[in-house]
Design a protein around this ligand. Structure first.
Ligand SMILES: O=c1cc[nH]c(=O)[nH]1
Length: 635
């Protein structure tokens, strides 16, 4: 039916016939298929929504795909189970570490997220215990409820702007954060920002799971009795956790596990379910708390501190920065999600509006519940679940038990949704760039979950508020990464990315930056320019009270995210001005005008990449943006 060497391009896959053995061997979206009949029927199916059939000359063919018979069990294990994307077999070894199915630009069939899916995604993101705790930061610093609420509006408006900026490259070129980071940091130096993000995702996954011990515990206590914890003997042998707590943690971990296996373009349904449940839980909790206080809540400062003058200004600024720092992780890897958008602006407007609005509403509920808890019990609770716990302790009636159970259930679903969207999925996507030959999103997500068990979050959270503020403090590193990437995309490259070069380590790839280490030294220097001013304050904050640093260093650090982002952005722009990079469509990045972003067609990208992989030198492939037209798309 098909000639040797014939190649069928479809909208979502590349199908190839094995030339040597006579068997049909195909790689369909990165998976093997040796079955002749199946292949042919797949070919026919693909031809229905077909694009074109082309014949490639022998030397254009991808190298041998797969031995039709394995010589040993090890070979079978290697080819069948270890390698995640069979289309990389036969590609030169190092080059095969540039690409896999999860890393490639997302083709149309998987671009399934509409604008409302992004709104649901952020609704899923915003409602979790940690967000309520962050909302309480201002209250802990002595702001009253409305001052605190203003900081939240401002803080999350900044988050929305930063997220939208980071999202653009994913939305236009359908690539994830680790791939887009290759453009600015260089093909191999991009591993540094990726590792940063992966580490944060693992720690957050673990911490969010441990935070969920409380809602799970409350669900169990509302069924089995308030004294359940005492009835379960403690044999755990750890200072900061008990057997009972570990059991709750493990229940959450096990329930979360199946969700790690769902591919990102389908996980949107989990966010939809969470988006439906969350308003009931949040408003139900708030109304219940207000009812208990008969509508009277403490609206002033909830502690003895009432900052005035400059102390007030700094408390206000710290409130704003705590919101930005909390989501500095998601700012960096926003393209991991925007790449699934079904239109160029699917993620843009909904994120810009949804983030400040949804976070502010959620945080207001958190503030009201905290204030109600203060009115009822005289304690400024950091976590809303502590207030719920007090409800159960003070009135173990069937009504209270049912209410606590349901609200805790919503909190548990909320933690699950956040953990998948912000942490496991991010870890999986970003890990797939560390070892693309062997790790895909699913494996990376599972790795994240197992690592979360190993790092014993109960020890990390022994001083809870301190630790979550340390996690936020990590923003100084992430802000410098985001600043470099933003300058590279918006100022230096003016929205122009040459996709094939992002997946190539050969000489001539723009993003190897003319050296075999694939490192852009400008990004390295700019990154340090962003981190350095914040470093003393960071050490002072995390090391307190043992380590003290000057007040000015601390003040600079209170501006951490802005400082990191702006300094690295400006430094990178200036360095690229004085030492221009290749692949920019303009000669003078500060003076020339022009915006060159494209909504990229990537349907047959796999084939193009395979062809490119055989070249030793890409210098001839350095087409300029002026060669572009909408009809003729260059990768
Ligand atoms: O779970 C979370 C919360 C905030 N930021 C993250 O990266 N993860």
């Amino acid at each position: 039916m098909f000639k040797k060497g014939s190649e069928v391009r479809s909208s979502s896959s590349v199908l190839t016939l094995d030339l040597e053995s006579g068997n049909n061997v195909t790689s369909i979206n990165g998976k093997f298929d040796l079955d002749k009949d199946k292949l042919e029927s797949q070919v026919i199916t693909n031809l229905v929504d077909n694009v074109s059939t082309t014949t490639l000359s022998d030397d254009e063919q991808p190298e041998k795909l797969l031995p039709s018979e394995y010589n040993s069990i090890w070979q079978k294990i290697y080819y069948e189970y270890l390698i995640v994307d069979k289309s990389t077999i036969g590609v030169p070894f190092v080059q095969s570490f540039m690409y896999n199915h999860d890393l490639k630009p997302v083709e149309e069939a998987r671009r399934t997220w509409s604008w409302y899916n992004y709104a649901y995604f952020w609704l899923a993101e915003c409602f979790n215990i940690n967000t309520w705790e962050v909302a309480a930061t201002g209250l802990q610093l002595g702001l009253n409820w409305w001052q605190c609420w203003i900081t939240i509006w401002i803080g999350y408006t900044f988050v929305a702007i930063f997220v939208s900026l980071s999202s653009r490259v994913g939305a236009a070129y359908h690539v994830s954060f680790p791939i887009s980071a290759r453009a600015s940091f260089g093909i191999f130096f991009s591993l540094w920002p990726i590792i940063n993000r992966v580490v944060m995702a693992v720690i957050w996954y673990s911490v969010q799971s441990w935070i969920c011990v409380e809602p799970i515990s409350l669900m169990l206590k509302s069924i089995f009795g308030n004294d359940l914890e005492e009835r379960i003997p403690n044999h755990f042998g750890q200072k900061n956790a008990t057997t009972y707590e570990y059991m709750c943690f493990f229940i959450f971990w096990v329930v979360s596990f199946p969700f790690l296996l769902v591919p990102p373009h389908k996980i949107k349904h989990l966010f939809t379910v969470k988006a439906i449940l969350v308003p009931f839980g949040a408003f139900g909790f708030m109304i219940w708390a207000l009812k208990k206080t008969n509508g009277n809540i403490e609206l002033g400062s909830l502690n003895d501190i009432s900052p005035k003058g400059s102390a007030f200004s700094w408390a206000f600024i710290r409130g704003i920065i705590s919101c930005i720092a909390n989501f500095s992780t998601l700012v960096v890897n926003a393209p991991d999600f925007s790449r699934f958008g079904d239109t160029p602006n699917a993620s843009l407007y909904s994120q810009l509006i949804a983030i400040p609005v949804l976070f502010s509403i959620t945080s207001l509920i958190g503030i009201i519940v905290t204030s109600a808890g203060y009115t009822l019990y005289g304690v400024n609770y950091w976590s809303p679940v502590d207030v719920l716990q007090r409800f159960l302790e003070t009135s173990y009636t069937s009504g209270t038990r049912a209410g606590v159970f349901l609200i805790s259930f919503v909190f548990a679903v909320a933690q699950l949704g956040t953990n998948i969207s912000a942490n496991s999925l991010s870890c999986g996507t970003d890990m797939s760039a560390l070892l693309p030959k062997f790790i895909n999103i699913r494996r990376g997500s599972v790795f994240c979950a197992f690592m979360a068990l190993c790092i014993c979050p109960w020890n990390l959270l022994a001083s809870s508020s301190k630790f979550t503020s340390a996690l936020g403090a990590y923003a100084i590193f992430l802000s410098s990464i985001a600043g470099v990437i933003a300058s590279d995309y918006f100022v230096v490259r003016r929205g122009y990315i040459k996709l094939t070069h992002l997946y190539s380590k050969q000489k001539g790839s723009y993003y190897m930056y003319g050296n075999r280490f694939g490192i852009n030294w400008r990004a390295l220097v700019a990154y340090f320019c962003g981190v350095a001013p914040n470093l003393p304050g960071f050490i002072g904050d995390v090391g307190a009270p043992k380590v003290t640093v000057s007040e000015n260093a601390m003040k600079l650090y209170y501006l951490s995210y802005w400082i990191g982002y702006m300094f690295s952005f400006i430094a990178y722009t200036l360095l690229c001005y004085f030492f221009p990079v290749e692949g920019s469509p303009v000669k003078n990045i500060l003076r020339d005008k022009g915006w060159f972003q494209r909504w990229q067609n990537v349907e047959d990208f796999e084939l193009t990449w395979l062809e490119n992989s055989k070249k030793n030198d890409l210098t001839d492939d350095q087409s300029t943006i002026h060669d572009h037209s909408d009809e003729k798309i260059f990768y």
